[in-house]
Design a protein. Structure first.
Ligand code: THU
Length: 311
């Protein structure tokens, strides 16, 4: 079955039934492809991605590269870049690879072994999604002219991949260690976005989601005072729109003293806690304190009381 996913910068052609792909893989691939193209400074391209088993990739590896070995990902660039050049400085060659059928430049094929990706994710202790995202970015940069034959080239390619992963907030276990200090400084940074002309009480927050992503928020007030939204709920809204729903920690700050979350925010945080949630309050010049949400909202009423098991 062939299916096509369009994203602003890149078209992904899906050439199999994707049985091994997790839900939303092709959306993820579109985002990864777009991020890689954006980082490289190229647009109007398309790639094809085929998802295969370990056995299949071994066959392809043998046929195309005479390597009789299973691997995680293979990429077959369509643009013959000059030595040392990548897509951004190969305009003429890109133009030659223009495919009128798509109205875009065909960058090449990616073959992804989703079985191996799953194993590697487990081995490294990060999400399947992160592993697939990383492998897709690795293959994308190959299609854009990058390689890792020398240490120097390898370092450049790794840097590009890292930028793509960072942009997409696809963290590895190691980088996932969002420290309390980092979360706190992101909350302090969010203060700058506070709209609080009535109270002059700025609040900044930063939420940490279960998958390692972070979401900032700031309070925004209204001439009709009751329409005010607190920093915590602003952060929750941001997170929900990025598909995050379970949070392990939040840092909340104000300019002076402590801003413990108000009752409404405690209730909203309670809805989306991952087991429990650590609530850190403090500030630039105020030592940070931590309490669990279960302490701040004891005997709470939550989704489980209405038989919602999974938020
Ligand atoms: N505020 C928050 O942002 N979070 C809280 O949990 C408490 C209160 C904001 C709302 C309003 O803009 C200002 O602080 C004063 O109430």
């Amino acid at each position: 079955m062939t299916q096509t996913t369009f994203s602003p910068l890149c078209i992904i052609e899906k050439i199999d039934d994707g049985a091994l792909a997790p839900d939303g893989f092709f959306d993820l691939a579109g985002l990864v492809a777009d991020a890689c193209l954006e980082i490289e400074g190229v647009s109007g391209a398309y790639v094809s991605i085929t998802l295969v088993t370990g056995e299949e990739i071994r066959k392809i590896n043998k046929e195309t590269r005479s390597v009789d070995k299973e691997t995680d990902v293979l990429s077959f660039p369509n643009v013959p870049y000059a030595p040392g050049k990548t897509a951004r400085d190969s305009e003429k060659r890109l133009k030659k690879a223009y495919d009128p059928a798509y109205g875009r430049v065909f960058l090449g094929d990616i073959v992804l072994n989703t079985q191996r990706a799953k194993e590697q994710a487990e081995e490294y202790g990060h999400s399947f999604k992160r592993e697939l995202g990383y492998l897709t970015s690795h293959a994308m940069f190959h299609l854009l002219g990058y390689d890792h034959m020398t240490d120097e080239d390898k370092a450049v390619m790794r840097e590009m991949e890292k930028r793509a992963m960072k942009q997409l907030q696809l963290y590895r276990k190691e980088d996932e260690t969002m420290t309390d200090e980092k979360l706190q400084s992101l909350a302090i940074e969010a203060l700058e976005y506070s709209y609080s002309p009535y109270s002059n009480f700025r609040v900044g927050a930063c939420l940490l989601s279960e998958d390692g992503r972070v979401f900032q928020g700031a309070n925004f007030e209204n001439a009709s005072y009751g329409a005010t939204i607190c920093a915590e709920r602003c952060a929750v809204s941001n997170a929900l729109m990025a598909g995050a729903r379970k949070f392990t920690k939040i840092a909340i700050t104000t300019d002076n003293g402590y801003a413990w979350p108000c009752g409404i925010c405690r209730q909203v945080l309670n809805e989306f806690k991952s087991g429990d949630m650590a609530v850190m309050v403090g500030g630039k010049n105020t030592p940070w304190k931590t309490k669990m949400l279960s302490e701040l909202l004891p005997e709470s009423f939550g989704p489980e009381d209405l038989d919602i098991q999974e938020v």
